[in-house]
Design a protein around this ligand. Structure first.
Ligand code: PBG
Length: 341
C-alpha cells in the first residue's frame, strides 16, 4: 500500500457483530439448551453400584437405585430424557437372546422403577438383540452365519410391546433390520400401545466409534465360526449419504416419529441432508468414541474439555439435529447453567 494507491476499504465489515459478547449473543444462530439432550445410561444388576467404564471417563454402569438418583439430578438441570442400555449378566445371554423378552429382565425392572420414581421423565429404550445375545449381534444369526432379517423383526416387535407395557415412552430400534419400524408400529398398535413413539436409528453407520459402548455392555460380536465379525451387513457403509435418504423415506413411510443419525460429528452432512429433506424431528447420537476422544485428550491436557464438548454439540445442532444423545449431557447442562449465572 502506498499513499498514491490506497487499498479500497470494505463497506461490509462482519467483524462489527463480533465485537462484544452481548452482540455475539444477539446474532448467535444456534443455542442448545439442555432440554434438547438425551442422557444415555448403562444399567447393571445389584444395589448401590456405580462401576466406572474405563473407556468412558466420568460414566459408570449404574444399579437401578443409582440410575434413579442420576436421572433425578439430570431433571433438575433440564435434562429429562434418558436412553437405557442394560449390561446383562453373561450367564443370561443366549444365541437367540430370549432374555430380551423376559419381563423380569434388568431393562424392564429399570423402566418400571424409573417410571414410578420419576413420572415426568421421558424413557427411551433400545430395541436390538445385542445386550442379550451371546453372539454379540443385533439380529438372529443363522447356522450359516447370516443375520436373519424378518425373523429378527418379529422378536424386535415383541420387545417393543414389552417395553411399552412396562412404561417406555419411546422405543428406539437400533438394529438396522429392513422393515423393523413398520413391524414395531403394527405390533404396538395391535397391543393398544399407540401412544408409544418410535425413534428410529435411521442412518446408523457401521462405525468404529462404538468401541467404548461395546466395552460398557461387553456386547461386541464374538469371535466364533459362522458368526460375522462386524455389523457391516446391516449397519450402513460410512461412505454413503444417498443411502441415508433412502432409509429416511422408508422410515417415514413406516411411520417413524423421530429419525436419527449415528454417529454425529463425522456425519454432519448426513444430518443436514435429512434436515433438508424431512420434516420429522431429527436426532443425532454423539457416540461413545466421540465422547472418549475429547475426554482422553483433555486428560492429557491437549484439549479443553468444556470448550470442545460445547463446540461439538453446538455443531451437531447447527447441522440440523433437534435432539442430541450425549454422554456429556450432565456436564453440558451444568456449564449451560453456569453461563446463565
Ligand atoms: C447396539 C447399539 C450400539 C450403540 C447404541 N446401540 C452399538 C452397536 O451398534 O454396536 C452405540 C452407541 C455408542 O457408541 O455410544 N444396538
Amino acid at each position: 500500500m502506498t499513499e498514491n494507491h490506497p487499498l479500497p476499504r470494505p463497506e461490509r465489515r462482519p467483524r462489527r457483530l463480533r465485537r462484544t459478547e452481548v452482540i455475539r449473543s444477539l446474532v448467535r444462530e444456534t443455542i442448545l439448551p439442555p432440554q434438547k439432550l438425551v442422557l444415555p445410561l448403562f444399567l447393571i444388576d445389584g444395589e448401590n453400584i456405580a462401576q466406572p467404564i474405563d473407556a468412558m471417563p466420568g460414566r459408570c454402569r449404574l444399579s437401578i437405585d443409582k440410575a434413579i438418583d442420576e436421572c433425578a439430578e439430570a431433571m433438575k438441570l433440564g435434562v429429562g430424557a434418558f436412553a437405557l442400555f442394560p449390561a446383562i449378566d453373561p450367564a443370561l445371554k443366549t444365541p437367540r437372546a430370549e432374555h430380551g423378552l423376559d419381563e423380569s429382565n434388568l431393562l424392564c425392572r429399570a423402566v418400571k422403577a424409573l417410571r414410578e420414581a420419576l413420572p415426568d421423565a421421558c424413557l427411551i429404550t433400545d430395541i436390538a438383540l445385542d445386550p442379550y445375545s451371546s453372539l454379540g449381534h443385533d439380529g438372529l444369526v443363522s447356522a450359516e452365519g447370516e443375520i436373519l432379517n424378518d425373523e429378527t423383526v418379529d422378536i424386535l416387535a415383541q420387545m417393543a410391546v414389552l417395553h411399552g407395557q412396562v412404561g417406555a415412552d419411546i422405543v428406539a430400534p437400533s438394529d438396522m433390520m429392513d422393515g423393523r419400524v413398520g413391524g414395531i408400529r403394527a405390533a404396538l398398535d395391535q397391543a393398544g400401545q399407540e401412544k408409544v413413539a418410535i425413534l428410529s436409528y435411521t442412518a446408523k453407520y457401521a462405525s468404529s466409534f462404538y468401541g467404548p459402548f461395546r466395552e460398557a455392555l461387553d456386547s461386541a460380536p464374538v469371535d466364533a465360526p459362522n458368526v460375522p465379525k462386524d455389523k457391516k451387513t446391516y449397519q450402513m457403509d460410512p461412505a454413503n449419504v444417498r443411502e441415508a435418504r433412502i432409509e429416511m423415506v422408508l422410515d417415514e413411510m413406516e411411520a417413524a416419529d423421530i429419525i436419527m443419525v449415528k454417529p454425529a460429528l463425522p456425519y454432519l452432512d448426513v444430518i443436514s441432508q435429512l434436515r433438508e429433506h424431512s420434516d420429522l424431528p431429527i436426532a443425532a447420537y454423539h457416540v461413545s468414541g466421540e465422547y472418549a476422544m475429547i475426554k482422553a485428550a483433555a486428560e492429557r491436557g491437549w484439549l479443553d474439555e468444556r470448550a470442545c464438548m460445547t463446540e461439538s454439540l453446538t455443531a451437531i445442532a447447527r447441522a440440523g439435529a433437534d435432539i442430541i444423545f450425549t454422554y456429556a449431557a450432565l456436564d453440558y447442562a451444568r456449564w449451560f447453567r453456569e453461563d446463565l449465572a
